[in-house]
Design a protein around this ligand. Structure first.
Ligand code: 13P
Ligand code: SF4
Length: 317
């Protein structure tokens, strides 16, 4: 038996014995995705954390995602296999900076992308993910000014689609900001028939939006989708080729679901080193030793949960 098979067998034994569920984000390493009970985007993972009957959640993703699971399911033990798996985007804002920003705009409603710490969520009115940001913002009373954080590309996209009065925090994810319009254009030239699917965190998004403002329309040759939306689109679309502008981990699942279709990364260097910190060996250690527990203090969790519940009410399971 190979070492990999041995690791998988032991993970399977322990997950049963301990009544554990393994949740993995779409950017996780292929081996990790393959042993997960559920693979999905931030919204899907929050929803799974909310409804699981497992005692332990092994969260294969980055720290803010595990915190979100702990906020939603405070009675479960939430483990992250590597506690250094952070997020450059979530790190662009903290509680103090948010409080200062709120003081400048006391009348505004705070909308935070899920890529934020539990502390930031505790000072947030509505949480959003890339799959429901437009829907949630549209549900906020039209006369309210909105502070949107921390991703400026997603914020620009939501502002354009909803036409709302919105201040946008100048945060970005180093992986997505590195995917440029020139990457997409070069790929499109090489593969003119390919569908273009873009995560709204990408650096290319704003440029496309400016172009669309000039044309009076959102570009119709490009689709802005969450990672979960991309997976679904790849299955449903009649196209044979896809240019995929997001972290390259998503290609594993796309290829697995659609063996006859071709998936081309817009930028093959778009790799999130935080997501890749989780390995299958660390998943096993996490189950064996019940490490590393992510527990949000109750006072913060209760406040933060309100923003997540508001989101889940508008965008239900
Ligand atoms: P999704 O919610 O689309 O999965 O995105 C999460 C993320 O971290 C993007 O980098
Ligand atoms: Fe954070 Fe970017 Fe990694 Fe997503 S890809 S987890 S936003 S650093």
């Amino acid at each position: 038996m190979s070492n990999l098979n041995g690791v998988i067998e032991e993970i399977n034994r322990l997950r049963k014995e301990k009544n554990a569920v393994i949740l993995a984000h779409n950017y996780q390493l292929p081996d990790v995705q393959d042993i997960a009970d559920y693979v999905g985007d931030s919204l899907g993972l929050s929803q799974q954390a909310a409804k699981t009957e497992a005692d332990i959640i092994v969260f294969c993703g980055v720290h803010f995602m595990a915190e979100t699971a702990s906020i939603i399911s405070p009675d479960k033990k939430v483990l992250i296999p590597d506690h250094d798996a952070g997020c450059s985007l979530a790190d662009t804002i903290n509680l103090e900076k948010l409080k200062e920003w709120k003081e400048e705009h006391p009348e505004a409603v705070v909308v935070s992308y899920v890529n934020t710490s539990a502390n930031v969520k505790s000072e947030t009115d509505y949480c959003v993910t890339s799959s429901n940001a437009v829907q949630v913002v549209k549900a906020i009373p039209a006369d309210k000014k909105i502070l949107f954080l921390p991703d400026m590309f997603l914020g620009a996209y939501v502002k354009k689609v909803t036409g709302r009065d919105m201040e946008i925090w100048p945060g970005e994810c180093h992986v997505h900001a590195g995917i440029k319009v020139k990457d997409i254009k070069a790929m499109k030239k090489e593969h003119p028939k390919a569908d273009m699917i873009v995560h709204p965190e990408c650096g290319c998004t704003t440029t496309y939006l400016y172009q669309s403002v000039e044309n009076g329309n959102l570009p119709d040759d490009i689709k802005f989708l969450s990672t979960g939306g991309m997976i679904k689109h790849a299955i449903e679309s009649e196209a044979d080729e896809f240019i995929v502008a997001t972290e390259t981990g998503i290609l594993h699942r796309m290829k697995k679901d659609n063996p006859d279709k071709t998936f081309i990364p817009a930028n093959e260097n778009a790799v999130c080193e935080y997501m890749k910190m989780i390995t299958i060996e660390k998943v096993l250690k996490s189950l064996q030793e019940e490490v590393f527990e992510v527990k949000v203090p109750t006072g913060i969790a209760v406040k933060a949960k309100k923003s997540i519940d508001r989101m889940l009410e508008i965008s239900p399971i």
